[in-house]
Design a binder for this molecule. Structure first.
Ligand code: C5P
Length: 396
């Protein structure tokens, strides 16, 4: 529950405003105290009366509160909140959050807020993809603002793509979990590998793979949120952590990743090996760019270190989680990997399942000791990592 927690809900102009009413209702159901600050354009999408009624508090829109010319105290609002969630966040407000362009009460409140600020963007897919939007989001993430990623699907424009505001129930659950962290990971040191590795062929080419690093980065954020001390060893990936306390070590090759794991292993309690490590690397990376002289060419490959296997052999009383992406004989291969790599949990996903693998969703099974297996439905990756960490907490 959120009893005693003060949640300030900011609402900006987007068709997704209708979801804000549900969000307020969910938060009230969780027993939070809720107040709402809106921009004038959002009030064209949804009536302030609806939000005042649902939140059981007057809604703040203008700097001047009423006909008597009473001042709406944005400082008071900003300081009142334990958490400020702006949902939906329009592209316009997003840019103002970055620049500090304070031409409305919501931004003034944001500038005076001392609490964590979360944003749930909602916009059309091309607007969301635009480099200006992405740069603004990166900028805010770096400053510690939590971004609740929009989901993909049908948009108000009729187009299909990423830009739908996350569902109110999910946001409310995240707020709930933030204030009620699951504590078994509290104080644990967790080493996580994530992303692909790039194995150089010459100074410009490499052998890589389609891993985005999303799962590992989300795992790192969630572990930190649950109170763990997290070291994320991240291969080449443009994904960024949202939690300010995650210690990120950037690496490129499997050997660099292995080095970083070995350096951090002694102090670790738990290792989560979500990286898609290249199994082989070119034996001799050319010093100069290889010219195309011959009709054929071949590259000699040698085996990379198997990091998870090494961790399994050097486990002591640590807990390890491995991943298996299979394309055939999934269960058989996964159980064999489970014992070969001496892991405590193995997360299996099959490329045969639609929506599993490299995209924004995944469908997993989790293998545990004593032939235990739990299978989950197709979910977005945030949902998937919650299942993985819940399974971890159950086993600890
Ligand atoms: O053997 P396979 O590559 O399918 O195993 C996948 C699991 O092993 C993943 O958890 C992956 O992170 C880990 N792995 C590793 N080092 C390698 C290859 C895989 O840590 N060289």
């Amino acid at each position: 529950m959120l009893s005693g927690k003060k949640i300030l809900v900011g609402i900006t102009g987007s068709i997704a405003c209708y979801k804000s009413a549900y969000l307020v209702r969910e938060l009230i159901k969780l027993d939070a105290e809720v107040r709402v600050v809106m921009t004038t354009s959002s009030a064209e999408f949804i009536g302030p009366l609806t939000l005042a009624t649902l939140s059981k508090n007057p809604v703040a829109i203008d700097f001047v509160k009423n006909d008597e010319g009473e001042w709406e105290n944005h400082v008071e609002l900003g300081l009142w909140a334990d958490l400020f969630i702006i949902a939906p966040t329009s592209a316009n407000t997003l840019s103002k959050l970055v620049s500090g362009n304070c031409d409305n009460l919501l931004i003034a409140t944001y500038l005076s807020a001392k609490c964590p600020v979360w944003i749930a963007p909602a916009m059309d897919l091309d607007m969301f993809k635009h480099f200006s939007t992405q740069e603004n989001l990166d900028n805010l993430r770096e400053k510690g603002v939590k971004v609740i990623e929009p989901t993909s699907g049908e948009l108000a424009s009729g187009l299909e793509g990423k830009g739908r505001m996350e569902e109110p129930e999910v946001i409310a659950q995240e707020i709930h979990d933030y204030f009620n962290p699951k504590t078994k990971l509290g104080g644990k040191h967790i080493v996580i590998t994530a992303g692909p590795t790039y194995e150089p062929i010459d100074p410009v080419r490499f052998i890589g793979n389609r891993s985005s690093g999303t799962t590992g980065v989300l795992l790192a954020d969630e572990c930190a949120k649950r109170g763990a001390k997290v070291t994320l060893i991240l291969g080449p990936s443009n994904k960024k952590t949202a939690h300010p306390k995650v210690n990120v070590i950037h690496v490129s090759t499997a050997e660099e990743m292995f080095d970083a794991v070995q350096t951090n292993w002694e102090l670790a309690d738990i290792g989560i090996f979500s990286a898609a490590v290249a199994d082989y690397r070119p034996k001799n990376a050319a010093q100069e760019k290889i010219k195309k002289n011959d009709e054929d060419m071949s590259i000699d490959l040698i085996k990379n270190p198997d990091i998870l296997k090494w961790a399994g052999e050097n486990k002591g009383d640590k807990f390890t989680i491995g991943f298996a992406l299979e394309t055939e004989n999934e269960l058989e291969n996964a159980w064999s990997k489970f014992s070969r790599k001496n892991t405590d949990l193995l997360v299996l996903n099959s490329l045969k399942d639609e929506g599993a693998g490299f995209g924004e969703t995944n469908k997993i099974s989790i293998l545990a000791k004593n032939n235990k297996i739990s299978s989950f439905e197709l979910k977005n990756k945030q949902g998937v990592i919650l299942d993985i960490l819940d399974a971890l907490e159950e086993e600890l």
